[in-house]
Design a protein around this ligand. Structure first.
Ligand code: NAD
Length: 231
């Protein structure tokens, strides 16, 4: 029998219990940094050193944290389902937990790319990208991140995947960042949708959604147990 397909859209909340701050919660990154000064093409044009430092700090922290119960529960889900994770996160905690299919919509912290040719992408050794480190065409390397105001090249592939979902899980995202927040609209009719998030996320555009108002660790573990029992 072919396995049912589960598409999982994750956001910063899935990594919160690993110790990585979300953007919008109180105490989140946006309270400490002005995002327009560090995560936009304009910021890069104005102050490369500041942008490099911001992402170097994020990358350094990533080496100090571990996947949590939510990441591992999604790996267990693969025992009985064809699971595809679409993440807005730039961390690698889904991969480190062992998830097989992970698509990063907004880039990856541990990769860097040429600032003149977006197809020249490299793995970075260690946490620090320095000014003066260049691609083979001689241009400064930049973080491999989709900044605010930039196109999201993976969106058409993600939308295609969402259209094949039997079940759709949304975990730890404020659904404030488009186009990622609109992906759920591509699900087929009759596809069951679950949202796990402790906050009151705006989901009036998703009729029939089942809301689990819990942190990702507990909410995901419980839901995965239920889905494995029902498979
Ligand atoms: P967001 O900060 O807008 O929203 C985070 C959501 O997580 C909120 O709805 C909050 O209620 C929820 N949350 C907080 N703690 C939680 C927990 N323990 N369990 C479950 N949910 C919890 O983040 P977003 O919607 O992902 O969008 C912000 C953008 O910031 C994304 O584009 C993402 O790339 C980027 N970002 C990535 C990381 C990361 O890679 N870990 C961290 C911060 C921001």
């Amino acid at each position: 029998m072919t396995q049912k397909r589960i598409i999982v859209l994750t956001g910063a909340g899935v990594s919160a219990e690993s110790g990585i701050s979300t953007f919008r919660d109180s105490g989140g990154l946006w309270e400490k940094f002005d995002v327009s000064e560090v995560a936009t093409p304009q910021a890069w044009a104005k102050n490369q050193a500041l942008v490099l430092e911001f992402y170097n700090q994020r990358r350094k922290q990533l080496y100090e944290v571990e996947p949590n119960k939510a990441h591992y529960a999604l790996v267990a889900l693969e025992e009985k389902y064809d699971v595809h994770i679409i993440t807005q996160n730039i961390d690698d905690l889904h991969e480190r937990a062992g998830s097989k299919n992970v698509m990063h919509l907004h880039g990856e912290l541990k990769k860097v790319r040429s600032s003149v040719d977006e197809n020249l992408v490299y793995d970075l050794d260690g946490w620090e990208l320095k000014k003066g480190e260049t691609c083979e065409k001689g241009s400064q390397l930049r973080p491999h991140i989709v900044w605010f105001g930039e196109a999201v090249p993976m969106i058409p592939f993600a939308a295609e995947l969402c259209a094949t979902a039997d079940i759709f899980l949304i975990i730890g995202t404020s659904l404030n960042v488009y186009p990622a927040a609109g992906l759920v609209a591509y699900r087929p009719p009759r596809c069951m949708v679950y949202l796990i998030d402790p906050a009151d996320v705006a989901i009036s555009h998703i009729p029939g959604i089942k809301i689990i108002r819990q942190k990702a660790g507990k909410g995901t573990s419980d839901l995965v147990k239920e889905l494995l029992n029902n498979a």
